[in-house]
Design a protein around this ligand. Structure first.
Ligand code: PLP
Length: 365
């Protein structure tokens, strides 16, 4: 289902850093951040050492001290365990069976004075309707006098756009992951994109104990930490890998999209299979290609017998014992959870591979 996208330039780039005498956060991180600024289209950002660290930073920046975070159960557990790490309560939002993202009617119903933040996950690289989420937060402010922060988990969504702009340009805190099998990998790494100068300044300090490492900073012994931070920073080794892998990422995303368009055409009339619907105004990056199928176990077994890796990817998070206290009825998720399966859709598929996948599915299961 996945393949690591590693540039042939990466080993030499890493060797240069290793030989340079500086392997911590330094010039390569600065260079990577400059390259990311022009790609994301927002100058306010900070690399971190994982998407999970980025989510924890975002939750602190959101002023999330106490209270509840509305979140989806259909995501990798990193999204929700970051909420636990921040000492906040999770309130589950039901699933929209057509988009497989949070049901925004349920979100609107559950937002309350207790809502400190709304965690939006662009699952599988399919953007959420951010205009509607913003309207829900605005309405909460009108009714309760406080606007919940919106945090976007873009870990699976490098390259996706909403309203014609890359994620990270919609007035929210947005967090990407550069973990091993993402569209861009640093080995491990992440990126936080900030909506304003104040959160950018705080975040860039928070990623390394609250101390300033930017050019022009006061000497360390003269610095006084106003807001403590943790060890979230990226190092030059990871940044060198990320920089090398930035070259070629547009082509990789293009191939994910071309494969998805092929599946859209070929699978739309297959009985017993339902496609996932992107929201209007969005362009997904298709990290994987999720569909709903009848008799999922038979479907997965049929594909496995033909040498095709397909699977559930992210099972619902709300059934884990560690979040039992937050359990609540999620009828729409219940109705479709056991039908959701992800197909490989990535840059590594040849035309023959994707034809083989489609023909296998069309032959029945
Ligand atoms: C939806 C989602 N959120 C967060 C993360 C965490 O990212 P990282 O592994 O970089 O900490 C992942 C990683 O797979 C993810 O898929």
């Amino acid at each position: 289902m996945f393949k690591v996208a590693m540039s042939e330039q990466a080993p030499a780039a890493v060797a240069d850093v290793l030989a340079s005498g500086h392997i911590g956060q330094g010039a390569k991180v600065d260079e990577f951040e400059d390259a990311l600024r022009s790609r994301v289209g927002n100058p306010r950002l900070a690399t971190v050492n994982s998407g999970t660290a980025g989510l924890q930073m975002a939750l602190r920046l959101a002023g999330a001290e106490g209270g509840e975070v509305l979140s989806t159960p259909l995501t990798f557990v990193a999204t929700n365990w970051a909420i636990m790490a921040a000492g906040l309560r999770i309130r589950w939002v039901d699933l929209d069976p057509s988009t497989l993202n949070a049901d925004l009617d349920d979100l609107a119903a559950k937002v309350s004075p207790e809502t400190t933040a709304i965690m939006v996950v662009h699952w599988a690289g399919y953007p959420v309707d951010l205009a509607r989420v913003a309207a829900i937060a605005d309405e909460c402010e009108r009714r309760h006098g406080r606007r919940p922060a919106i945090i976007e988990d873009c870990a699976q969504a490098w390259g996706a756009t909403y309203a014609g702009r890359p994620l990270g340009n919609h007035g929210n805190l947005a967090v990407y992951s550069f973990q091993a099998i993402k569209h861009i990998t640093c080995g491990d790494g992440g990126l936080v994109v900030f909506p304003d100068d104040d959160s950018s300044r705080r975040g860039r300090l928070m990623r390394w104990f609250g101390l300033d490492r930017d050019p022009g900073a006061l000497p360390r012994p003269e610095q006084n930490v106003a807001e403590w931070g943790l060890k979230f920073h990226m190092n030059d080794i990871s940044a060198a890998i990320g920089l090398a892998n930035l070259d070629g990422v547009d082509e990789r995303v293009r191939r994910h999209r071309a494969n998805a368009a092929y599946y859209d055409r070929e699978l739309k009339d297959v009985a017993g299979l339902e496609l996932t619907r992107p929201v209007p105004g969005s362009e997904p990056s298709y990290w994987v290609y999720p569909v709903k199928v009848k008799r999922r176990d038979d479907f997965v077994a049929r594909l496995a017998a033909a040498g095709i890796a397909a699977g559930q990817l992210d099972p619902r998070n709300d059934r884990h014992a560690c979040v039992a206290a937050y359990a609540e009825p999620l009828p729409k998720l219940d109705a479709v959870h056991d039908q959701i399966v992800c197909l490989p859709v990535g840059w590594w598929l040849s035309e023959q591979d994707r034809e083989h996948i489609v023909n296998t599915i069309k032959s029945g299961w």
